[in-house]
Ligand binder design. Structure first.
Ligand SMILES: Cc1cc2nc3c(=O)[nH]c(=O)nc-3n(C[C@H](O)[C@H](O)[C@H](O)COP(=O)(O)O)c2cc1C
Length: 241
């Protein structure tokens, strides 16, 4: 099984998203998957220009000469795609959105109605078996409610692609993941093990067990503690007026 991870954090390998991705990868690799981890931050990806040239003049090929041609090939070869992104203004990061917009050459422009009477584009020949999706995200605020938009958004992306989201890993309070405090260590260790288990389960079962799914939603530390330490941190670096 081939898993390709697209990480849309500008912090790339220094980010909290990557901290999560690494553990998921360990679990997936231990279950036999071949995993490729790609940082979008290291790629040259321009905005889609909306010209639709890739739909009529040069079908399947974008006019922009950047790293997307290579990334689209990697996209096509995966059995599972992991979209990994921090929450930025309640949504995916700009670079993740640019990446997703630039997948347009993979589509066929014609319209058709789905089983619910809602339009979508016809499946392009050769793209009938799209990869399944796993979403990994973290955010600065502590609650899990901050992933509502991202969760809904990727389900829509999956619908358009004729695939499904088989796993969602969301971590509110993500700014503690790279903390080095001795007090936090056992909690972070436990969460790492959980992410590894999640990676293993996706490879073995193409889903999380109900127990894993439930545990993934649990806070690592109580909200009140997280908020207190976040405010202490900001107090220590924000200049006093
Ligand atoms: C421009 C920007 C917008 C953000 N918007 C949100 C937000 O809407 N909600 C939230 O909880 N955190 C928000 N955050 C915080 C990030 O989600 C948080 O720092 C996260 O841990 C970053 O992950 P990374 O280290 O992988 O980049 C924002 C951060 C930035 C820089």
């Amino acid at each position: 099984m081939k898993i390709t991870i697209f990480n849309g954090s500008p912090r790339a390998e220094k980010g909290n998203t990557h901290w999560m991705v690494q553990e998921f990868m360990k679990g997936a690799e231990s279950a036999g998957a071949i995993v490729e981890n790609i940082f979008l931050a290291g790629k040259n990806i321009h905005h889609c220009q909306g010209c639709f040239t890739c739909w009529f003049k040069t079908p399947g090929k974008c006019t922009i000469n950047d790293d997307m041609a290579e990334l689209i090939e990697k996209f096509k070869l995966a059995d599972i795609l992991v979209f990994a992104t921090p929450v930025y203004v309640d949504h995916v990061t700009g670079m993740m959105k640019d990446f997703l917009d630039r997948l347009v050459p993979l589509g066929d422009p014609h319209f058709e109605k789905d089983e619910n009477g809602e339009c979508r584009h016809v499946v392009k020949v050769g793209c009938e078996k799209p990869p399944k999706l796993v979403i990994i995200s973290n955010c600065g605020f502590p609650e899990q409610t901050h992933f509502q938009v991202i969760s809904h958004y990727f389900k829509r992306v999956a619908r358009n692609m004729r695939t499904e989201v088989i796993g969602e890993i969301y971590r509110g309070g993500g700014e503690i993941l790279r903390e080095k405090s001795l007090l936090l260590m056992p909690f972070l260790y436990g969460y790492k093990k959980l992410l590894q288990k999640a990676g293993k389960e996706i490879v073995n079962d193409l889903k999380f067990s109900p127990e894993t799914a439930l545990k993934l939603e649990k806070p690592i530390v109580p909200d009140s503690e997280y908020i207190k330490s976040a405010n202490q941190y900001w107090d220590s670096i924000v200049p006093k007026e």
